[in-house]
Design a binder for this molecule. Structure first.
Ligand SMILES: Nc1ncnc2c1ncn2[C@@H]1O[C@H](COP(=O)(O)OP(=O)(O)OP(=O)(O)O)[C@@H](O)[C@H]1O
Length: 327
């Protein structure tokens, strides 16, 4: 299996990305990059002899709506064929991790059937403020810019919306938010591959898509449908993230594959897609999401925090290479 470093630089580091003199080298990368990459640079044979710094200037890549302004940066939709596989948890953690990697990040909760971002990142205590041209100012949470349908309407009202009403409201939420000049906007999509999801994916300026699944066969079948939907829309697939891959017993360390083994990896391979991570079932992760105290920030040294950062680093690099190669 390719190492972390080889996955970020499958063809080695391009010469023109390296500057510096004497013993100091600066790695200038066009995507979010931070700690895990720095650590791995310092483990690479000859490269480890230099003092490395990373200078990341996130390039705004072409998206599926070339005529729309690129102010919201690279739009990454996080989707799942099946509900409850952890799509919102992955969206929140990827957004926080990309921000930890130095990027300016927004998070749009478009999950109409159960906007869970307000629970995971804290509820709004007042209506969003409006700018002079009547756009809503997003909330700021842990350094990222967040907006959710859950900040505007009662959850019970939103869940009865159907078809055009739902996709219309979601597009408006995207357009009527005064997003600052972002590097990445993570969109937590409603689960499934029906009309709402299709319309959203067509109307938003999407740069790439992440599909979240558990290794369970029912989730996998639905994840396949998600991949097929993005392929049909010519939206580049960044990869598959397998959540709840196993449970590690805190007493004896035994790893139990509660939902089966390797299913996410298998569909990634079948569709020639990268695996962006295999995150375990974790009580600490769930607690941290329920309590608006993200594990990544509270316990950055935790093994799962490191896995999340690595996944975000894969997402940033894969998105860049795929978009560049698709032009
Ligand atoms: N790796 C994990 N370990 C433990 N609990 C998790 C993990 N991932 C998600 N959860 C928990 O599972 C529940 C469902 O997660 P989440 O809301 O992220 O799923 P979803 O796919 O977005 O659901 P929906 O279909 O409702 O949008 C939440 O309570 C969340 O805290």
């Amino acid at each position: 299996m390719a190492t972390f470093f080889d996955r970020i630089f499958p063809n080695g580091i391009p010469n023109e990305w390296v500057t510096g003199s004497g013993n100091t080298r600066v790695l200038n990368v066009p995507f979010a990059a931070g700690e895990p990459l720095l650590t791995s640079l310092n483990e690479q044979g000859e490269l480890a002899g230099f003092e490395w710094e990373i200078n990341s200037q996130v390039e705004k890549l072409k998206n599926s709506q070339p005529d729309l302004p690129l102010t919201t940066g690279n739009v990454i939709v996080v989707s799942s064929g099946k509900g409850g596989v952890g799509k919102s948890s992955v969206s929140v953690n990827l957004a926080l991790a990309l921000s930890q990697l130095g990027a300016k990040v927004g998070l749009l909760d478009a999950d109409i059937y159960g906007p869970s971002i307000p629970t995971m990142l804290g509820k709004a205590h007042k209506e969003p403020e409006l700018t002079a041209n009547n756009k809503m100012v997003p909330m700021e949470r842990h350094g990222i810019y967040v907006h959710s349908l859950g900040y505007l309407v009662d959850e019970k009202d939103a869940t009865i919306w159907r078809g055009p009403m739902a996709s219309g409201a979601l597009q408006q939420l995207y357009k009527d938010t005064a997003w600052p000049n972002l590097d990445y906007l993570i969109v937590d999509m409603p689960p499934g591959t029906g009309d709402i999801q299709l319309t959203m994916a067509q109307k938003l300026p999407v740069t790439g898509a992440v599909v979240v699944t558990t290794p369970q066969s029912v989730a996998l079948r639905d994840a396949e449908k998600g991949i097929a939907m993005f392929n049909k829309l010519n939206i580049p697939m960044i990869g598959v993230l397998e959540n709840m891959s196993y449970y590690q017993c805190p007493s004896c360390g035994h790893e139990d594959p509660v939902f089966g083994e390797g299913g996410g990896v298998a569909i990634a391979e079948e569709n020639k897609l990268p695996v962006l991570g295999q995150w375990p079932l974790s009580t600490e992760l769930r607690d941290s999401l329920d309590g608006n105290e993200p594990l990544l920030l509270k316990q950055p040294e935790h093994k799962l925090s490191q896995l999340i950062l690595e996944s975000a680093q894969y997402v940033a690099a894969e998105l860049y290479y795929q978009r560049k190669n698709s032009l």
